[in-house]
Design a protein around this ligand. Structure first.
Ligand code: NDP
Length: 274
């Protein structure tokens, strides 16, 4: 019997996850169907319960539900527990197991772009939502030299740091500020905000993106996002969208659900061409 999976979010029409999982299924010979599930802002838990009662086996969770997905789960993987947010749910009947594959997905894509580990990098992380929470533990585990979190709502960035760097020594590596300090430079600037969905880029002081070795927008779509356009205009050495991260995090989800990690390079190529 064909097993059913879906990506759940709001909005969800832009998601390329169905294409990616269809390609993974073809490459590995797995019999799955993968669709999109638009949940109303106050109807996430009900939508998950309905999908599960109809025989659904797993969900990828996208904005704005990653923190709610974490709270809904009966069991959590170690990385989901650390992140406080979940992007992957495995549905075992009515029991929900949550994982977070965004962090390993981002790290794999950064290693592909840099052709080097992320250890030692000074990182500016813009945003403090579910995606930002998902990647911080992996960036720390992979030896980031520093991570500065800046978010439109400063309290949310403070809460992220308080949860993930509870003591003073850890805050030398992971810290938050209400705005990016003028003149500060970073090896890597990651846009983990949803600002691109509204056609905007988060605030950064002039030259900040231009000084980076890589300006990385987790968002992906057709052409450059406003963040990527600003980074190019400022002369950043490398600029990337989040399509590679999307493919890598999807491969980790597929592994959790199906027990096999699909190859990713050809799928990323195929998406870039489409
Ligand atoms: P959430 O809704 O959990 O968080 C949204 C974040 O964006 C918050 O920090 C919010 O700030 C900020 N934000 C929203 N609008 C603006 C704006 N106009 N200016 C500045 N900041 C803004 O979403 P997620 O964290 O789940 O997703 C964030 C982005 O990352 C999305 O674009 C998503 O598509 C992308 N993503 C890509 C992935 C990939 O694999 N490539 C994986 C995961 C996410 P505030 O707290 O102030 O509201």
């Amino acid at each position: 019997m064909t097993d059913r999976y879906a990506v759940i979010g709001n909005p969800v029409a832009h998601s390329r996850s169905p294409e990616i999982h269809a390609a993974f299924a073809a490459a590995t010979g797995q019999d799955i169907a993968y669709g999109r599930l638009l949940a109303p802002p106050d109807g996430f838990a009900a939508a998950v319960a309905r999908f599960s009662s109809e025989g659904g086996r797993g969900l990828n969770v996208t904005l704005p539900f990653k923190e709610e997905a974490w709270r809904l789960a009966a069991t959590l993987s170690g990385r989901a527990r650390r992140a406080g947010a979940a992007n992957t749910l495995r549905l075992d009947g009515a029991t929900v197991h949550a994982d977070n594959t965004d962090g390993p997905g981002l790290v794999a894509d950064l290693q592909r772009i840099f052709d080097a580990p992320v250890a030692g990098l000074h990182i500016l992380l813009l945003g403090a939502g579910g995606a930002a929470r998902g990647v911080v533990p992996s960036l720390l585990e992979n030896g980031a030299a520093s991570i500065l979190v800046v978010n439109r709502s400063a309290a949310r960035a403070d809460a992220l740091v308080a949860a993930m760097a509870p003591d003073q020594a850890e805050r030398r590596v992971l810290s938050a500020q209400p705005a990016v300090p003028a003149g500060a430079t970073f090896d890597l600037v990651i846009n983990a905000t949803a600002a691109s969905l509204g056609g905007a880029a988060p605030d950064t002081p002039p030259g900040c993106l231009g000084a980076a070795r890589l300006a990385y927008d987790m968002m992906y779509g057709h052409g450059d996002t406003p963040f990527m356009a600003r980074a190019r205009a400022e002369g950043a050495r490398q600029v990337s969208d989040g399509l590679g991260m999307l493919v890598e995090q999807a491969a980790e989800s597929f592994l959790l659900w199906r027990g096999v990690r699909p190859p990713t390079a050809a799928v990323l190529e195929q998406l870039r061409r489409a």
